[in-house]
Design a binder for this molecule. Sequence first.
Ligand SMILES: Nc1nc2c(ncn2[C@@H]2O[C@H](COP(=O)(O)OP(=O)(O)OP(=O)(O)O)[C@@H](O)[C@H]2O)c(=O)[nH]1
Ligand SMILES: [Mg+2]
Length: 100
Amino acid sequence: MLIKSAKYIISSPDFEKCPAPDKKEYAFIGRSNVGKSSLINMLCNNEKLAKTSGTPGKTQLINHFEIVSASAINPKKEGENVKWFLVDLPGYGFAKVSIR
Ligand SMILES: Nc1nc2c(ncn2[C@@H]2O[C@H](COP(=O)(O)OP(=O)(O)OP(=O)(O)O)[C@@H](O)[C@H]2O)c(=O)[nH]1
Ligand SMILES: [Mg+2]
């Protein structure tokens, strides 16, 4: 699969405020500081897309990115643009931030 573009859409404090689920969504779950945001940036070839930090607890909101990729799953649609959400989630565990 070829990711053609990745665009920041919105940061949401809880799932009810997230964008309408009109596209497929993919998210990575894991402890704070394991590299979820870095992985998203690597996949999208854009180091500035998702904010990363060496201090656990950087991502505190649900961040939606709209991805346009060239389809490689359905042979009939090969090369066609497909839009989906890549979602950067806050980590759990040992975030070095105060409890809100
Ligand atoms: N050695 C190594 N360090 C990495 C790798 N990926 C990310 N890091 C580092 O790990 C730290 C945390 O990366 P993030 O991508 O911000 O981690 P996160 O899982 O999004 O963290 P939270 O937002 O706190 O949940 C940063 O200092 C990155 O540079 C990797 O593949 N190898
Ligand atoms: Mg993060």
